[in-house]
Design a protein. Structure first.
Length: 310
């Protein structure tokens, strides 16, 4: 019998994209709730408890309530796409490429926390350098990023796409998270293996899907005699053997005049770059992804497939 999957929040931005990715799959049975009943708690509880894997695409509080609904039912495994459980040690962090053992941890887990979109880029760049001893304790890491506006869910999509609304957003590109307390900071710190919280400055551009995450570094603040080439080599070695997270060769990055935030829109992969001038004292690490691809829905389907392989 095909495993049953229920996407709680299937009519929202992340849920819809998971559903699209699952369309046509015969190896799973999709349980579905009518859109008009999406907030019907009794119906959701019933569907959640009928699933082999429940994928939660809900706000944090609703995710926590959904997990309560299945907590006594060991037959149900959960992938949560919200921020609610990402730094909870009882949950496997759903970034399969971040360590060699992580895919196996996800495969065996009952509870998997899907990473945040910005943290996927930031952790993807930072963690290998911490693991290799290149980024020392105390280094003041900064993370600057731009996301497509679908990252703000149905609410922000409406504010940008319907300019007749009273609360329409007219800016073509805006900074937010100005108090520097964005909800993704703890996740970046813990899974980035950092001892000091990064300064995180997110922004949104007037494009639907896509994301650039930048981590600029001063080489004289790194351990040993780190160079642009040695940082690139460490990232390349870390991501060898799979094709979801790739490190762009230095010869290729050198030929690029600009990075397009929407280049990977619609794709579930992530590209990492190391920019700078050989022999100079600074580098800029860049991650390119789709906020709804490897940053959310694509990663959720990848995690589901790992869990189904157990
Ligand atoms: N968008 C993105 O790029 C990313 C999103 N995420 C995370 O995914 C989760 C979903 O976000 P997103 O899809 O963007 O949000 P949306 O607002 O687009 O969708 C959320 C869905 O959940 C429903 N919902 C809200 N509250 C409840 C409730 N109490 N019970 C049942 N259903 C409810 C909403 O219904 P209604 O229409 O009635 O409000 C809506 O259908 C969030 O936790 C978000 O942080 C993670 C990474 C990236
Ligand atoms: C553009 C935008 O608003 N992005 C969201 C992050 C995307 C999201 O909601 O995902 P997480 O579950 O990973 O938090 C934000 O900054 O809150």
């Amino acid at each position: 019998m095909a495993p049953k999957i229920f996407i709680d929040g299937e009519h929202g931005t992340t849920g819809l994209q998971i559903r699209t990715r699952m369309a046509g799959r015969r190896d799973v049975e999709l349980l579905s709730i009518p859109e008009a009943e999406r907030r019907n708690a009794a119906m959701r509880e019933d569907l959640l408890n009928s699933a082999d894997i429940a994928i939660l695409c809900l706000p944090d509080d609703a995710s926590k309530a959904a997990v309560q609904m299945v907590s006594a039912n060991n037959n149900v495994r959960v992938i949560d796409t919200s921020t609610a459980f990402r730094v909870n040690p009882g949950w496997a962090y759903g970034f399969a490429e971040m360590d060699k053992e992580q895919a196996e941890k996800i495969r065996a887990a009952r509870f998997v926390a899907n990473p945040g979109c910005y943290p996927t880029g930031a952790i993807g760049l930072i963690r290998p350098l911490r693991a290799a001893g290149i980024l020392p304790d105390g280094y003041p890491v900064t993370v600057n990023a731009v996301s497509g506006y679908t990252g703000g869910g149905k609410q922000m999509i409406a504010q940008i796409e319907d300019q007749s609304r009273d609360d329409a957003i007219t800016a073509p590109h805006f900074l937010y998270g100005l108090p520097l307390t964005h909800k993704h900071v703890p996740e970046m710190k813990i899974h980035g293996l950092l001892d000091r919280a990064p300064i995180f400055s997110p922004s949104v551009g007037k494009f639907a899907q896509g994301m650039i995450v930048q981590v600029p570094l001063h080489l004289d603040g790194l351990s040993g005699d780190a160079t642009l080439e040695s940082i690139h080599a460490a990232l390349t070695a870390h991501y060898a053997g799979q094709d979801i997270v790739t490190v762009v060769p230095l010869e290729t990055s050198r030929t690029l005049a600009r990075i397009d935030a929407v280049e990977l829109a619609g794709k579930d992969t992530m590209k990492l770059f190391v920019f700078g001038t050989p022999g100079a004292s600074q580098v800029n690490l860049v991650a390119l992804l789709d906020n709804l691809g490897k940053g959310a829905s694509g990663a959720a389907v990848q995690n589901m497939d790992l869990m189904l392989a157990s």
